[in-house]
Design a protein around this ligand. Structure first.
Ligand code: NAD
Ligand code: UDP
Length: 337
């Protein structure tokens, strides 16, 4: 059993990881500003696991807030907090550099001061930009093509520099592919504010009748059906990947890991639409429109290294992603509100 701090633990990935970590016997502290989440998510995590969470409401960039969170006697940190919308990062780059990079620096300084040197970081497949080849191994070039991806690549670099500067650091940068789905209970899930940027929440809002149709961004990509291909990973598989990474870190001396968390399977936009229609029994009307600027044709993980080093691989497929995402959407048409 370890005492773990989850920054951004009330968010989509953090809340699902909280369930898995509590069920594995760990005790949790969450630091969250609730700028993109609701305290209700944490209440539901507690209801699912029957265990309480210590919550510190505050901003990652505020050293006092981070210090208060670490004062709970933390063995390791899982660092989810940050901003994640690619389009917004193009419009507000300084905000992204501030929250994602400065926030991570404040966290690392406070960790060093508190003598806590074990960290799992939420990185992203976005660091690969437009990949030269798929599936993408971790050794592929890091060439992010938007400010969001550049902040993630910079934090990875900062972590490597810190880990090299003194012994005792154990860090893992986990490059997530496309997290989707929800806890199978339908009690917690993804709750985007406003119009969703991402495919899955958009499709589920169309299926539930909140939006008239999906716009499919590009039907002339060099893919089997012409629409974009992504590696969708069930959020519970992703949560289990964090548990595996933490256990490896807590069991080792100095350690630096950079790992893809993906399924290794690619699915096109039209395949997702069909799978969601099947899972929900509802039609998902769509319109083929122009490509979205900055998109890649296909991004699919090579998940072999995570399997080798963590003994972890995904167990759930597209069908479960749609089934569980739909259960959440149906039970919570307005999210946590
Ligand atoms: P999310 O927005 O649901 O969760 C992020 C959490 O961080 C929220 O609870 C938010 O309130 C909190 N937060 C934001 N800024 C904060 C600040 N300054 N101080 C304290 N708390 C703050 O996002 P998510 O989908 O759960 O993503 C978690 C992490 O994973 C992020 O770092 C994101 O960049 C990364 N990631 C997400 C995806 C994805 O598609 N969801 C893919 C790759 C990587
Ligand atoms: N996509 C789409 N319509 C939407 C949102 C996304 O056709 O409203 C496509 C997008 O072009 C990409 C795939 O769905 O091919 C996944 O997009 P998402 O934004 O979810 O993830 P990312 O592009 O960041 O991997």
């Amino acid at each position: 059993m370890a005492r773990l701090l989850l920054t951004g633990g009330a968010g989509f990935i953090g809340s699902h990881t909280a369930v898995v970590l509590q069920q594995a016997g760990h005790q949790l502290v969450v630091l969250d500003s609730f700028s993109n989440s609701s305290p209700e998510a944490l209440r539901r995590v507690e209801a699912l696991t029957g265990q309480s969470i210590d919550v510190v409401t505050g901003d990652l960039r505020d050293p006092n807030a981070v210090e208060r969170a670490l004062a709970h006697g933390v063995d390791a940190v899982v660092h989810f907090a940050g901003l994640k919308a690619v389009g917004e990062s193009v419009e507000k780059p300084l905000l992204y550099w501030d929250v994602n990079l400065t926030g991570s620096r404040v966290l690392l300084e406070a960790m060093a001061a508190a003598g806590c040197r074990t960290l799992v970081f939420s990185s992203s497949a976005t660091v690969y930009g437009i990949p030269d080849h798929v599936p993408i191994p971790e050794a592929a070039p890091v060439q992010p093509n938007n400010p969001y991806g550049r902040t993630k690549a910079a934090v990875e670099q900062m972590l490597a520099d810190v880990a090299a500067s003194e012994p005792g650091w154990r860090v893992a940068s986990l490059r997530y592919f496309n997290p989707v789905g929800a806890h199978p209970s339908g009690q917690i899930g993804e709750d985007p504010l406003g119009i969703p940027n991402n495919l899955f929440p958009f499709v589920s809002q169309v299926a539930v009748g909140q939006r008239p149709h999906l716009k499919v961004f590009g039907s002339d990509w060099p893919t089997p059906d012409g629409t974009g291909v992504r590696d969708y990973i069930h959020v519970m598989d992703l949560a289990e990947g964090h548990r595996a990474a933490l256990e490896v870190l807590l069991d080792s001396a100095d350690q630096q890991l950079t790992l893809n968390l993906g399924s290794g399977q690619g699915h096109s936009v039209l395949k997702v639409v069909q799978a969601f229609e099947k899972a929900s029994g509802r039609p998902v009307p769509y319109e083929l429109v122009a490509r979205r600027p900055g998109d890649a044709a296909s991004t699919v993980a090579d998940p072999a290294l995570a399997k080798e080093l963590l003994g972890w691989s995904t167990r759930r497929g597209l069908e479960e992603c749609c089934r569980d995402g739909w259960a959440w959407q149906q039970a919570n048409p307005s999210g946590y509100r």
